[in-house]
Design a protein around this ligand. Structure first.
Ligand SMILES: [Zn+2]
Length: 73
């Protein structure tokens, strides 16, 4: 018997607003995710879903989501 699988892992394809580097990040990360190119924080953990990190000075997000990658593996 096959039950419908819940999608628990969600990956986000994000682009850094500072250096335009694109990378795939885990959307439910428990740790901060930094840009691999310029080390700007991109995601902050909230206990459940992670949120895009914001620049405290401009209140603008440090990254934007290009695509949500849901995979039923
Ligand atoms: Zn960057």
């Amino acid at each position: 018997m096959v039950k419908s699988r819940k999608v628990r892992s969600r990956f986000l394809y994000v682009q850094c607003n500072h250096c335009n580097n694109k990378q795939v990040v885990f959307g439910c990360t428990k740790t901060k995710v930094n840009c691999l190119a310029c080390n700007t924080p991109l995601l902050v953990p909230t206990g459940g879903k992670a949120l895009l990190a914001k620049n405290p000075a401009t209140k603008l997000p440090n990254a934007h989501i290009l695509e949500i990658l849901d995979r039923n593996l």
